[in-house]
Design a protein around this ligand. Structure first.
Ligand code: ZN
Length: 210
């Protein structure tokens, strides 16, 4: 999972629309418009472009290693947080178990590990190395692209924070309506807490355990 501090900082934002179309269509063609993981195709559109990043926890650099074509179902697994928020988590678990021949417990352990890693990495800013796209396609992200990427990151983080806040409020409302007449809130500070990467993580984990 992509650390929160670099959400949205991807080639789609960094390149012009034409350049991004060239890059993603080359990836689709390279696998014959089929998913590189399962060989399948999506029902509405066959494949989507997925960026492969390598994370160096020492230098805090994410390095783009390439773009591959994935069917929408396999792509969901790569963006687990969004998949949960969108309500596709059970399908993603089923696919993860089938592809890796894992039990439910093994799949849950892998997801928990990925979340833990995501949380640790989301505490820091990361440098991004996009030189792959210059070597392979000759495109060079410019200052305008960097601004688009920064704006995309802010928008995604704000949206996640808003959803996390909404989830907290819904939980509170349900709790109070179940316990009528309402009891005094034993932990009034919880609702006041600032949203941090870990509270967004908590929100995502609550969705997993619901
Ligand atoms: Zn697939």
């Amino acid at each position: 999972m992509v650390p929160q501090t670099v959400w949205g900082k991807n080639l789609r934002a960094l390149l012009s629309k034409h350049e991004w179309d060239v890059v993603r269509k080359a990836a689709y063609a390279a696998s014959g418009n089929r998913c590189r993981v399962c060989g399948g195709r999506g029902p509405q559109w066959p494949v989507e472009a997925d960026e492969g990043w390598e994370y160096d926890d020492e230098t805090r650099t994410q390095t783009l290693k390439g773009i591959i074509a994935l069917c929408p179902d396999c792509h969901h697994i790569r963006h687990w947080g969004k998949t949960m928020v969108d309500g596709h988590e059970e399908q993603a678990f089923a696919l993860l178990m089938r592809i890796n021949r894992w039990t439910r417990a093994q799949a849950e352990e892998a997801v928990a590990f990925a979340f833990d890693q995501w949380e640790r990495r989301s505490r820091h800013e990361w440098d991004s190395d996009y030189s792959w796209v210059t070597r392979v396609h000759g495109f060079r992200p410019d200052a305008e692209g960097e601004r688009r990427a920064e704006a995309a990151n802010r928008e995604l983080v704000d949206k996640a924070a808003e959803r996390a806040g909404l989830f907290e409020r819904e939980t509170e409302t349900r709790r109070f309506s179940n316990e009528w007449p309402a009891q005094p809130d034993p932990e009034p500070t919880i609702r006041m807490q600032r949203l941090t990467p870990s509270s967004i993580l908590g929100y995502l984990q609550k969705l997993t355990n619901r």
